[in-house]
Ligand binder design. Structure first.
Ligand code: HEM
Ligand code: HEM
Length: 189
């Protein structure tokens, strides 16, 4: 790696890098808990985990999602405030277009998904929880709307899973196969 050592100006700003890895960790936990919720369903969760376990699973999922919304808001700021370094050497056109499309879609999806979860929960007359706090519902109660928003929330969950798989595959390709500087741009070390 020594030949490829990047200067700090060729990397994302440090606060932005920290947020990338925090978002990655919280996102993977949100997705995992969401998929578990979807897979078990409320009845299934009650049967297998009992009342306390079900409450914990729902509250954890909502708290992770709300935390993600806060982290993404900060991240949007660090993305807009700091310079995004150019790739040196430049990426081939296909990789540049594909990676930038995936990054933009991830930003959109990561902001939309917790907002959808929030609105679906509130309109279904369920509590919007962050740890032991109850957050304002904002959206009026409307069962039909809630059902539609939960369907979108599920659908976007699968889209995000696909985008993240593509993103991680791309990162690993650069890191392990091309062995270029792409990983170093985002790494904390
Ligand atoms: C980026 C953050 C989030 C991700 C990736 C995510 C992902 C998911 C996924 C994949 C499911 C399963 C859908 C299904 O198969 O039915 C789900 C369900 C659910 N999510 Fe989220 N979610 C996020 C944020 C939130 C937030 C902020 C809330 C509420 C405050 C929330 C509330 C719920 C609830 C209540 C369910 C269960 C829906 C049901 O009963 O069918 N989610 N989530
Ligand atoms: C855990 C495995 C992951 C690895 C190895 C990884 C690696 C990377 C790398 C190397 C970059 C820099 C790309 C460039 O040259 O510009 C990057 C950027 C990015 N990553 Fe990841 N990432 C991971 C997980 C995630 C997850 C889970 C998300 C979303 C939830 C995510 C969202 C992004 C976004 C949006 C960018 C664009 C840079 C920005 O403007 O913030 N990454 N990632």
């Amino acid at each position: 790696m020594s030949e490829m050592e990047l200067s700090e100006t060729d990397r994302y700003a440090y606060p932005h890098r920290v947020l990338h890895w925090l978002v990655a960790a919280v996102m993977l936990l949100s997705l995992a808990s969401g998929l578990l919720l979807g897979f078990l369903g409320f009845e299934g969760a009650m049967e297998r985990l009992g009342q306390a376990g079900t409450d914990l699973l729902y509250t954890s999922h909502k708290s992770l999602g709300v935390a993600l919304l806060a982290l993404m808001t900060l991240r949007l700021l660090t993305r807009l405030l700091y310079v995004v370094p150019d790739h040196d050497p430049p990426l081939p056109a296909f990789q540049r277009i594909l990676s930038s499309a995936v990054h933009h879609l991830l930003y959109l999806g990561l902001l939309a998904q917790p907002l959808l979860g929030w609105a679906a929960t509130a309109s279904g007359n369920f509590p919007v929880q962050f740890l032991h706090w109850h957050l304002p519902g904002v959206v009026p109660v409307n069962e039909a709307l809630s059902a539609r928003l939960f369907t979108l929330h599920e659908w976007l969950g699968w889209v995000l899973l696909g985008l993240i798989a593509l993103h991680i595959a791309g990162a690993l390709y650069h890191w392990l196969i091309r062995r270029d500087t792409v990983m170093e741009r985002m790494s904390l070390l």
